[in-house]
Design a protein around this ligand. Structure first.
Ligand code: SF4
Length: 337
């Protein structure tokens, strides 16, 4: 399997588009120094490129461009119901990046954006200002790697360099960085903090191989989990999305058992569990583009505009899976959706 470790320099991005107004930001200078060989195109506004009509997401995904842009408000969004809020009523997310360098077959971004190119916003201080204004006095849960993978992107733009000190000042904001990355250097480079949780998305290796193109294998992710725990980071495991098409359900029991042989469950903050699910509109859009995908050809049911497995099947499998997880973790540490 080809991973991002093999994709570097010239092969990483096809070209770099830069908004005229973005040139003065340190992030842009950093990227230009790092990738002097990638062609640069100056643009007026990122939407001129990103929102163009007739783009083919699937083709672009194999040869992404990077777009460096200045975001305008809003910088912060209220979390949607299809996502786990881990017990917080004030759940927000923010997007420093649109799109992702990984390529998961089940990813809803394929149905959400017109382009697979990665937009990286460079005005990080304005994001911080809005987070401070909106959440500064609140007890909130903030997902910062919500529809992308910030740690996976860290070697390209190290957003966390600009964020770590800022977030540690606001101990009532619980920050979640979700990742499939196995970049262990991250945990040596930064200090842990009580209010920062690294949430590792994990799945059976067969699922990773089949549906999570370009992501690191399970063994490498488990190694990164162990390093993060060893370095004192708060760690969440996200067993999400659970995929139960074509007999893959049987992969999960051995996966859970092996996982907790490798990782001491007492050292975890908590675990999230959820089935493959997606808004009906995104699903339909992706289904049209991915006519050869078994995942989108399978039978699902639709409840409240969300496509997922039929309720009865979900309940049956979840009961079985939770009974295994509860052998390792107390109920109150397992969050389901
Ligand atoms: S890692 Fe997350 S954001 Fe990136 S492609 Fe996979 S599901 Fe989408």
């Amino acid at each position: 399997m080809r991973t991002l470790l093999q994709k570097s320099g010239k092969n990483l991005f096809n070209s770099i588009y830069i908004e005229e107004q973005a040139y003065n930001y340190p992030v842009v200078r950093m990227v230009l120094e790092k990738y002097p060989d990638i062609p640069v195109i100056t643009i007026r506004n990122y939407k001129d490129v990103f929102n163009r009509g007739n783009q083919c997401f699937q083709l672009q995904k194999h040869r992404q461009s990077l777009i460096l842009a200045v975001k305008s408000s809003p910088f912060l969004y209220k979390g949607p119901e299809v996502c786990q809020d881990f017990g917080y009523s004030d759940f927000y997310y923010t997007s420093f990046l649109f799109n992702c360098i990984f390529d998961c077959e089940y990813c809803y971004l394929q149905g959400m954006y017109p382009s697979a190119n990665v937009v990286a916003f460079v005005n990080v201080d304005e994001f911080k200002q809005e987070i401070e204004n909106t959440l500064g006095e609140k007890k909130a849960y903030l997902a910062v790697s919500y529809d992308t993978d910030l740690i996976g992107f860290h070697n390209i733009i190290p957003y966390w360099d600009f964020l770590q000190d800022f977030f540690t000042q606001y101990s009532d904001i619980n920050v979640e960085i979700r990742t499939k990355s196995a970049n262990e250097v991250f945990y040596n480079e930064f200090l842990p903090a009580e209010n920062i949780v690294v949430a590792f998305s994990l799945a059976p290796q067969e699922i990773i191989q089949k549906y999570e193109r370009l992501t690191p294998p399970l063994s490498a992710r488990i190694k990164a989990v162990k390093t993060a725990i060893f370095k004192g980071f708060k760690v969440r495991l996200c067993l999400d999305p659970v995929i139960i098409n074509s007999g893959s359900e049987k992969l999960y029991e051995p996966f859970f058992r092996n996982l907790f042989m490798e990782i001491n469950p007492d050292k975890l903050k908590d675990v999230g569990y959820g089935f493959f699910r997606m808004s009906k509109d995104f699903f339909k859009r992706i289904e049209k583009q991915k006519s050869d995908s078994q995942l989108y050809a399978d039978q699902y049911s639709i409840t409240d505009n969300i496509v997922s497995y039929p309720n009865e099947l979900r309940e049956q499998i979840m009961t079985r899976h939770l009974s295994i997880l509860e052998e390792y973790l107390p109920k109150e540490k397992i969050f389901t959706l």
